[in-house]
Write a protein that binds this ligand. Structure first.
Ligand SMILES: [Zn+2]
Length: 138
């Protein structure tokens, strides 16, 4: 369904729903599209953008889902920040020292390149790459 804002030569504007833009064109051609005020068929679409009604509502759902995922990732980030120590750029070194030091069971987080991460995994050090969402966005 498409809603058009229509304007008549008499100056009045009104809204009307059509199943498609071709339905509107058809009604105009047949002079069946009449002004609700003066019954003239000199009715045109105004330049105003039509509202679009989509049955699937795909676009809307996607946005909602993205927001939901983002919120979960943000919660996850908050959890990590609260429970783990930020070692920043020293992540690779710190991860190694914790792994080989049996007395420590600390959890850390920080930055590592893909190669560094691969090296750690090869050594049997369990590291996980997580999507780090930016808090400032939205
Ligand atoms: Zn009119």
């Amino acid at each position: 369904m498409i809603k058009y804002n229509l304007i008549c030569k008499c100056g009045n504007t009104f809204e009307s729903w059509f199943s498609s833009s071709s339905e509107f064109d058809f009604l105009c051609k047949k002079k069946l599209m009449k002004c609700i005020y003066c019954e003239s068929s000199a009715v045109k679409k105004t330049v105003m953008a039509p509202n679009l009604y989509s049955k699937s509502n795909k676009v809307f759902k996607k946005t909602k889902l993205e927001k939901k995922i983002k919120k979960q990732l943000l919660d996850f980030r908050k959890y990590i920040e609260k429970n783990c120590k930020n070692v920043g750029e020293n992540f690779t070194r710190e991860a190694r020292s914790i792994h080989y030091d049996k007395t420590t069971s600390q959890s850390i987080y920080g930055k590592a390149t893909a190669e560094e991460t691969a090296e750690l995994l090869e050594e049997g050090i369990e590291v996980t790459t997580i999507p780090w969402v930016d808090k400032s966005e939205n």
